[in-house]
Design a protein around this ligand. Sequence first.
Ligand code: NAD
Length: 260
Amino acid sequence: MLSGKTALVTGSTSGIGLGIARTLAQQGANIVFNGFGDAQQIEKLYREVGQEFGVQTAYHNADMSKPSEIEAMMKFAEDKFGGVDILVNNAGIQHVSNIEDFPIEKWDAIIAINLTSAFHTTRLALPGMKQKNWGRIINLASVHGLVGSAQKSAYVASKHGLVGFTKVTALETAHTGVTCNAICPGWVLTPLVQKQVDDRAARDGLSNDAAKKALLAEKQPSGEFVTPEELGALAVFFCSPAGAQVRGVAWNMDGGWVAQ
Ligand code: NAD
């Protein structure tokens, strides 16, 4: 369904971004990977995805907190694939702390990576998408783009900001073939969440399994983690013809978290 399209997924060397990149590749899209990690492992990863799904893949190591590196990544995608048709703003980080103890540099990094990077990739992708009159921008927000949780001030602020930015992008593209939507996952078991499981296990003297159960029980009524593959399937729907008039939504996939 997506052959001939190019998807750029920020933060796709791990977790949700990798799951979405794989699902889009399965539909035939070429993929530009981005994110941190061991250079050799990353090269293996993107080459394997290319071979598995018979698509072209590439990688750019831009740090999403640095506008000049984001510009270089977008130019790389332009030179290599003639632009970005599907932009998935996924890179994100978390820090858990009370506001009065929140390190200032952590606040700045979370806002830069989780929110401001999406402004930069979007402003650079839009001219090409508008010219082709087709584009899909998918912002990985969170249930924390819809509701708050204590000790996650920067993250919740960044994700609410990203949901707002999604709506404005959707309005500015409403008369075009470009759509912009946000996905709002609940708990997904990725390295970002495993760290919170580990912290809870250490704090409460729990096993890994018991800490996972406790984490889910607090917020996610299903008691099950959402998977990157399920999120990838939603991204594919946004990219499908049936998704053409889905514009500016913040679509939660959260085991019932925000229904409470
Ligand atoms: P993860 O830690 O597994 O992956 C994060 C990715 O972002 C990695 O590839 C990492 O290298 C990359 N990254 C981090 N900082 C970067 C930077 N400065 N520049 C470029 N890349 C950078 O995390 P994840 O759980 O897969 O999270 C992906 C997105 O989904 C994030 O935006 C996160 O907020 C959001 N999210 C996650 C959950 C969850 O439960 N895991 C829930 C809701 C939303």
